[in-house]
Design a protein around this ligand. Structure first.
Ligand SMILES: Cc1cc2nc3c(=O)[nH]c(=O)nc-3n(C[C@H](O)[C@H](O)[C@H](O)COP(=O)(O)OP(=O)(O)OC[C@H]3O[C@@H](n4cnc5c(N)ncnc54)[C@H](O)[C@@H]3O)c2cc1C
Ligand code: FES
Length: 271
């Protein structure tokens, strides 16, 4: 771990219930607020719960360099996130970060086509922040089960040029899967020049986007949410299988250290 990626205790500025069992926490840390990029994450110790050995990883959702703060958003799933939602303003969280690599922006990027399923939305506000000076088009495909499962919609409504929402129950946006909406969009494009897909979400979504990227000959980067333990390459607990071995013969890379962002074509999406 570099000096900057050390365990730090960060004050909680606020915690808000932003959607159904989805919470946003604003944390104070000037280094992360000024230096984090889209796709990077923090690994959080959840001290309230006895018996949790491993930290829990959460993507950095937004940063505010002027205020020295950054946000994470999380869905309550199991013991760690149940405990995390009990956090109060003024508490201190023990975190490591910023960890991992981040999305990259090729020099010919003209349109960033972001695809998010559920909490896979986490890295995308920062992607928009990262690229805001590049005069590129931001297109977002964001799908969830129902309208009470979306977060940061106010931000996306004002910051993306083209927003496509889908829900499985039709309660907001189009009814259906976000990948169907993406496919119609790709089908209608005249050229893929300068267009790149950035995707984050559950495995079935990643798997479908990988097929679509191949079919429509568009390059894609993916941020994976492989289950992790240490978060910085020490435990070998987060292997991501490769389509082809690396030059030094490795068949796997580590999600936490080599990722979480990969070129879609390089990795096998294991369903
Ligand atoms: C790089 C990275 C970034 C992430 N960013 C976010 C984020 O921004 N917001 C967010 O809500 N979540 C995010 N996650 C997932 C988050 O870390 C897990 O939801 C969290 O660890 C669950 O902890 P828990 O103790 O509540 O659940 P546990 O009690 O540990 O697990 C409950 C159930 O969920 C399953 N599970 C746990 N973690 C994952 C996972 N990563 N993927 C699939 N199934 C899992 C377990 O196998 C178990 O069945 C991210 C994961 C990674 C690796
Ligand atoms: S989580 Fe330990 S090596 Fe990746």
């Amino acid at each position: 771990m570099s000096d900057k990626k050390k365990v730090v205790s960060v004050p909680v500025q606020s915690i808000n219930n932003v959607a159904d069992e989805i919470f946003s926490i604003t944390l104070q840390n000037q280094y992360i607020a000024s230096h984090a990029h889209s796709g990077q994450f923090i690994n959080v110790s959840v001290p309230q719960v006895n018996g949790i050995l491993w930290r829990r990883p959460f993507g950095i959702h937004r940063t505010n360099a002027d205020a020295g703060t950054f946000d994470i958003v999380f869905k309550v799933i199991g013991r760690g996130t149940k405990a995390l939602k009990q956090t109060k303003t003024g508490d201190e969280l023990d975190i490591i970060g910023p960890l991992g690599n981040h999305f990259s922006y090729p020099s010919d990027l003209k349109e960033a086509i972001m695809v998010a399923g559920g909490l896979g939305i986490a890295p995308f506000p920062l992607l928009i922040q990262d690229t805001k000076d590049k005069s590129i088009q931001h297109t977002l495909f964001y799908g969830a089960k129902s309208k009470d499962q979306f977060c940061s919609l106010d931000f996306f409504n004002t910051s993306v040029h083209d927003l496509h929402l889908t829900t499985e129950d039709g309660s907001i946006g189009e009814q259906g899967l976000i990948t169907d909406s993406l496919e119609r969009y790709l089908k209608g494009l005249n050229t893929m020049e300068g267009k790149y897909i950035y995707v984050c979400g559950p495995t079935p979504l990643l798997s479908r986007v990988k097929l679509l990227a191949h079919q429509y000959n568009i390059r894609a980067q993916v941020s994976v949410e492989t289950i992790m333990a240490c978060g910085f390459g020490a435990c070998m607990g987060c292997p991501v299988p490769l389509e082809k071995p690396t030059e030094d013969g490795r068949k796997y890379l580590l999600a936490c250290k080599d990722g979480p962002v990969f070129n879609m074509e390089d990795i096998i999406i294991d369903e």
